[in-house]
Design a protein around this ligand. Structure first.
Ligand code: ZN
Ligand code: ZN
Length: 410
C-alpha cells in the first residue's frame, strides 16, 4: 500500500529539511487541503524536531470553496479579508518558512461561472500581492509539494477504480520526489548539484535570444541583459538554501517582457483555478499576446489574459528535457507542479526578480525598465515535446543548438 508510513515520514522530512530547510527558532507555515492531514501532522512533528518555534497550519477545503462559488452572492467574490493578507505579510517579516501542499481537483469548478472564478482570483491576487512578491523575491524559504487526493487521482487515471488510482498516483509522487529511496536527502543533494551544472553553463553563455521551433510553434524570446538562470535549490535573503518546488527538473530565467515574437502552442492541459485549458495557442508581437485560441477552456484563458496588462506578457522561460523522470512516466498530471517539470514551459505574468542581476534590490519601475514583467498573476503553461528544437543566439549573433528533439545538446 502506498504511501507507507516510511514514505510519508521521508516526505515530511524532505519538505522540512530540504524543501524549506527549517532553521532553529523559525516559524513554519503550512497550507494544505484537509485531506492531507496525515502528512501535515508529520511535517509539524519534523519541523519541531528541526528546531521550529511554531508551526502554523492553514487548512483549506475544496468542497467549501465549491459551495461558495455556487451559492454566495456576487459581491462575495470581490472581497478578501485583509487581516488574512496581513497575517501572511507578518509571517514574511518574522522570517517564517512556507510549505504549501498543492493538489487541486482539476474539475472542481466545472459548471461554475468563469467570471466568478476570475473575480475571486484577481481579488485574492491583489490582496496577497505583498506576500507573493516576497516569495517571488526569495526573501523567505518556501516549498510546494503535492499529495494524492482521490479527486486528483481520478482525473489522472480515469480508467482505474478510485483506490487503485490513488495508489498509482502515489507511486508517481514517490518516484518524482525520491522519497522511496534509501536516503532521499542525499539524492536531492545530488539532483540539485546536477541542475546547478546546467545553470552555470547557461549563465556562462549569456544568450541574448532563444528560438523555438516545434509543430504549431515558432517563437523568438529575447533574454534581458543581466538575466540569471536558476534551477534546483536557491538561497533566500539570509543565504539559507531551499527548494521551492518538489519535484523540480527545470532551469529557468526571465524573458524580456517586450522581446517575444511569434506563435507558441501548448502541449499539455493547464489546470487553471479549477478549470482545464487545453490545446491552446498564443501569438506574440513585441512581447504582447495579440491573438489566442483554445480547444478547451477558451473563456478561462481569456480571463487569465485579462487579469492585467502584464498577464499578456511572459515572465518566465523554463527548459526541461523531454527525457526526464516525470516526462518519461508519460502521465498527464493536470497539476502544474508536475506537468511543468515534465516539459519546457513559459509563464504568463510576473517575472522573478531573482532572475535578474541586482533584481531583488530594484524598484518596480527599475525592474520594468530592465525588461522584467509585472503582473498580479504568474501562470506556467507547457510547450515542450519530443519535436521541439531550441537554439540560443549568442551576444556575437551566432546561433547554437540547445535542444534537439526535446533534449539537451549542450
Ligand atoms: Zn517554472
Ligand atoms: Zn513559474
Amino acid at each position: 500500500m502506498y504511501p507507507s508510513k516510511q514514505h510519508l515520514e521521508n516526505y515530511a522530512a524532505l519538505a522540512v529539511n530540504v524543501g524549506v530547510n527549517v532553521q532553529q527558532g523559525q516559524t513554519v507555515v503550512v497550507m494544505a487541503p484537509i485531506t492531507a492531514a496525515p502528512l501535515v501532522r508529520l511535517i509539524a512533528s519534523k519541523a519541531y524536531e528541526a528546531g521550529a518555534k511554531n508551526v502554523h497550519v492553514e487548512y483549506n477545503d475544496e468542497e467549501l470553496s465549491l459551495i461558495k462559488y455556487k451559492k454566495a452572492p456576487e459581491e462575495a467574490f470581490s472581497e478578501y479579508p485583509m487581516w488574512r493578507a496581513k497575517a501572511w505579510e507578518e509571517y514574511v517579516e518574522t522570517g517564517a518558512a512556507f510549505i504549501q501542499i498543492y493538489c487541486p481537483n482539476p474539475d472542481l469548478l466545472n459548471g461554475v461561472d468563469p467570471a466568478r472564478v476570475a473575480t475571486a482570483s484577481k481579488t485574492a491576487s491583489a490582496a496577497l500581492s505583498g506576500y507573493r512578491g516576497s516569495l517571488m523575491n526569495h526573501t523567505n524559504a518556501w516549498s510546494l509539494i503535492s499529495y494524492a487526493t482521490p479527486e486528483w487521482a481520478a482525473k489522472v487515471f480515469p480508467g482505474l477504480a478510485p483506490e487503485e488510482a490513488v495508489q498509482k498516483l502515489w507511486e508517481r509522487i514517490i518516484d518524482a520526489t525520491r522519497i522511496g529511496l534509501e536516503d532521499p536527502i542525499q539524492a536531492w543533494k545530488e539532483h540539485n548539484a546536477k541542475l546547478l551544472q546546467v545553470v552555470e553553463q547557461l549563465n556562462r553563455k549569456r544568450y541574448k535570444q532563444l528560438q523555438y521551433e516545434a509543430p504549431g510553434t515558432s517563437l523568438t524570446v529575447e533574454l534581458p541583459e543581466g538575466h540569471i538562470w536558476l534551477g534546483g535549490s536557491k538561497a533566500n535573503a539570509k543565504g539559507i538554501f531551499f527548494n521551492p518546488n518538489m519535484p523540480t527538473e527545470e532551469v529557468f530565467t526571465m524573458p524580456h517582457k517586450d522581446g517575444v515574437n511569434g506563435t507558441v502552442r501548448s502541449t499539455k492541459p493547464l489546470n487553471y483555478n479549477g478549470q482545464v485549458i487545453n490545446g491552446f495557442s498564443l501569438t506574440f508581437k513585441d512581447g504582447r499576446v495579440t491573438d489566442y485560441s483554445a480547444e478547451q477552456g477558451y473563456e478561462a484563458l481569456s480571463n487569465l489574459l485579462k487579469t492585467d496588462e502584464g498577464a499578456r506578457h511572459l515572465g518566465e522561460v523554463a527548459l526541461v528535457p523531454h527525457d526526464s523522470p516525470i516526462s518519461n512516466s508519460n502521465v498527464i498530471f493536470f497539476n502544474t507542479l508536475y506537468d511543468e517539470n515534465a516539459s519546457c514551459h513559459l509563464a504568463l505574468g510576473q517575472a522573478y526578480p531573482v532572475n535578474l542581476e541586482g533584481g531583488t534590490k530594484m524598484s518596480p519601475e527599475e525592474l520594468l525598465a530592465h525588461g522584467a514583467n509585472r503582473s498580479l498573476t504568474h501562470e506556467d503553461f507547457m510547450i515542450g515535446s519530443p519535436d521541439m528544437n531550441i537554439d540560443g543566439v549568442t551576444q556575437a549573433g551566432t546561433r547554437e543548438p540547445i535542444f534537439r528533439n526535446g533534449n539537451w545538446v549542450i
